[in-house]
Structure formats: structure tokens, C-alpha cells
Design a protein around this ligand. Structure first.
Ligand code: SAH
Length: 360
């Protein structure tokens, strides 16, 4: 099913109100001769009542509403495409004020509704299997543009009285390449006066920007942390992910150990299975010895087909054999369930398709 909504004109000269922390809104109000307690009322309208126009804030005086709309914008995303898959997955293609588009996906799990958000328009990491990096990096998203993705999905779920239970930062872009905006986003969605999504229900994934892993460990959040590993040794990882040339596997594993020591939390490793490339029993054994003694979990991802990339799927029996080898060697492992494959829900595929159609 495809739907489109009546879209508003997006204003590029105003900051998104969703970029503000509660304290920042309080300071802004004080600077503008308003009472700081109004900030909580405004947050209530934004995040609990989830208004779609500033005029709807009925207990906020018109004078203040006007001031707010002079400085900030509420709508930063227009829904260009909304597709629902047979399994309930909903994929959104949102248009931004500068004409770029991004993807957000709502996934249905037995443990609840999970939203996968985008942090950048495109990506500059250049992983050889990924659709998101095909056109390079266009720009970072501001925190509010990331928050707005979750708010939009929550507004869709409001129609059926459901809620967003968890958030994964695994859409387009490298979150640690847009670190400050990503962190602001995390603080806003986690805040009890905002969306109140618990840190343990949020997961961030990185391709392995090592200095940022140390920084993230030092933040001491309770947020779940995942690393895209994809190879059990540095030569193979460099072939699949050019980032490994800048930050070698050894250095990545040192940062991983630091993170675990500092936070006491376990790490998830994402390991995409690319047919004939990294999916042999020997690779599984090498992976098990790399991860030996590390408090972690491995997520096996059968490769999502990307037309521009020539990776092929690992046959089912081989996927199970890879999983079994890891299990027998004492590694916690699961195979990621596929969702929304009928609607291009995997990693940048819908956007990649749109871009192609635009340039035709
Ligand atoms: N840039 C971050 C966030 C992306 S998360 C990161 O690299 O971790 C999305 C996950 O899907 C990453 O593990 C990514 O490596 C993986 N991925 C990307 N393209 C894929 C493909 N075609 N098949 C399987 N996994 C893919």
C-alpha cells in the first residue's frame, strides 16, 4: 500500500524545534522574556499530544505561539512515500527542506514496535556492500530531523493506539560521523518529558570510528551498542569496509574492550554473510577466536541484495552451519529475521531507487 499526505512547505531558514533539549528551550524562553516553565508545556504539546501545528497549543498565549513560529519550525519532514509490507513493516520516504530524501522504517517484533532512523543524507564510509553510500555524503541531519522521524512514526501509530517501543540508529548514514547531533537526538528521545524511550530500548550501530567509540564509552549511557564487523580478520575487513584502513581491526578490538570495561555492558557485532566471501566454517572459527572472552552477541545478517553490488546470498544450510560453529565455540549468536523485503526495507534501498528514478 502506498499513501501520500498533504504536504506543507518546509522552511529552511528556521531551526527545528525538535532539536532543542528541555533546558535549551527554557533558556530560549528566558532570553525572550517568557517564563521558563512554559518549556514543559510546550514539550507536552510536542511529545505527548504530538501536535501538527503550533496553533494547536491551546494553553500557550498567541503572542508566544507567534514568537515560537517565527524562530522555529515544527514540520521538517514531508512524507513522500509510505509503504506497508505484508508483515506490517512500514517504510517512510521523507523529503527534507532542501529536496533531499531519507528513509525511516517501522518494524514489528514480538517485543514491540521498533523504528530504524537515518542520521545523514547519504554516507561517506563507502562499505562495498551498502546501498546508502552509493551517492556519497550529502549532509548531516540536525538532531531535530532525526527526532522528527520518530515523532512522525509515533503519529502514525497513534491512529491505532500503539507506541514506539524501541529505536535503532541503523538507517542511512554513519551515526558516529554525525556524533553531536546523534547524541542530542538520543538525549531528547530518552527524556521523560519528551518521548521517554528508555536507553535500554535504544541501539546505536557504528562501522567502527574508533575515537568516537572511546568518547561514547565515556558518556556512560545505558544505550545498546552495536558494531558492524563483517569480517574475522583485518585483510578481509579492509576489502569489505574501507574504514578498516583508517581504523584497523586491532585498534577496533582495543576500543571494544575499553567500552566493555568502562560500561560493564555487552556489545553486539553485526556480521553480514556475503556468499563465498566471509561465510565459510573457517571464517566462523576465526571469528570465534577473535571474540573469545569478549562479552558480546553476534547478529548474523544474510546479505540484502543491492543491484549495484555483486554480493550473493549464502545458502540457508550454510548460514545455519556458520551459526552452529559459533555456538559450539561458545559465542552468543542469532540470525537476523528479515522484514519488509517486499518493500525495499533494507538499508537505503528505497532511497537508492528513488535517486535512480530522479536521475533518469
Ligand atoms: N553506519 C552504521 C549504521 C548502519 S546499520 C553501521 O555501519 O553500523 C545497518 C547495518 O546493515 C550495518 O551493519 C551495515 O553494515 C549492514 N548492511 C548494509 N548494507 C547491507 C547489505 N546489503 N546486506 C546486509 N547488511 C548490510
Amino acid at each position: 500500500m502506498n499513501t501520500t499526505e498533504t504536504n506543507t512547505t518546509l522552511d529552511m531558514n528556521k531551526k527545528s524545534i525538535y532539536s532543542l533539549q528541555l533546558d535549551e528551550l527554557k533558556s530560549w524562553l528566558t532570553e525572550n522574556d517568557e517564563k521558563p516553565f512554559r518549556a514543559e508545556q510546550i514539550f507536552d504539546w510536542l511529545y505527548k499530544k504530538r501536535i501538527t501545528a503550533f496553533e494547536d497549543m491551546s494553553n500557550v498565549a498567541k503572542g508566544l505561539r507567534d514568537k515560537i513560529s517565527e524562530h522555529f519550525q515544527l514540520t521538517t519532514l514531508n512524507t513522500a512515500i509510505q509503504q506497508t509490507s505484508a508483515d506490517g513493516t512500514i517504510k517512510f520516504l521523507f523529503e527534507l527542506h532542501d529536496g533531499y530524501s531519507i528513509e525511516t522504517v517501522l518494524m514489528r517484533h514480538d517485543y514491540g514496535n521498533s523504528v530504524c532512523v537515518t542520521t545523514q543524507v547519504g554516507c561517506r564510509i563507502g562499505c562495498t556492500f551498502c546501498a546508502s553510500t552509493l551517492g556519497g555524503l550529502k549532509r548531516h541531519l540536525e538532531a531535530g530531523e532525526i527526532v522528527a522521524q520518530v515523532v512522525k512514526v509515533q503519529q502514525t501509530l497513534d491512529e491505532t493506539n500503539e507506541r514506539v517501543d524501541s529505536v535503532v540508529i541503523m538507517g542511512i548514514g554513519e551515526p558516529f560521523d554525525n556524533y553531536d547531533n546523534m547524541l542530542s537526538f538520543l538525549k531528547i528521545i530518552n527524556h521523560e518529558k519528551a518521548l521517554n524511550i528508555g536507553a535500554r530500548h535504544i541501539t546505536v550501530s557504528t562501522s567502527g570510528i574508533v575515537p568516537k567509540i572511546y568518547q561514547f564509552a565515556d558518556e556512560q549511557t545505558q544505550i545498546n551498542f552495536a558494531i558492524s564487523l563483517h569480517a574475522p580478520n583485518t585483510e578481509l575487513r579492509s576489502r569489505l569496509m574501507p574504514i578498516n584502513k583508517a581504523y584497523k581491526l586491532d585498534d577496533l578490538m582495543k576500543a571494544v574492550r575499553y567500552y566493555i570495561d568502562k560500561t560493564g555492558r555487552r556489545i553486539s557485532f553485526e556480521y553480514g554473510l556475503f556468499g563465498g566471501v566471509n561465510d565459510s566454517i573457517e571464517h566462523a572459527e576465526e571469528l570465534a577466536s577473535l571474540l573469545k572472552g569478549i562479552k558480546c552477541h553476534v547478529n548474523l545478517i544474510p546479505v540484502n541484495y543491492v543491484p549495484e553490488r555483486d554480493y550473493v546470498r549464502t545458502p540457508r544450510e550454510k548460514i545455519f552451519a556458520f551459526e552452529k560453529t559459533l555456538k559450539n565455540l561458545g559465542i552468543n549468536v542469532t540470525i537476523r529475521r528479515e522484514q519488509g523485503s517486499d518493500i525495499d526495507a533494507a538499508c537505503g534501498q528505497l532511497r537508492a531507487k528513488e535517486r535512480k528514478e530522479e536521475t533518469r
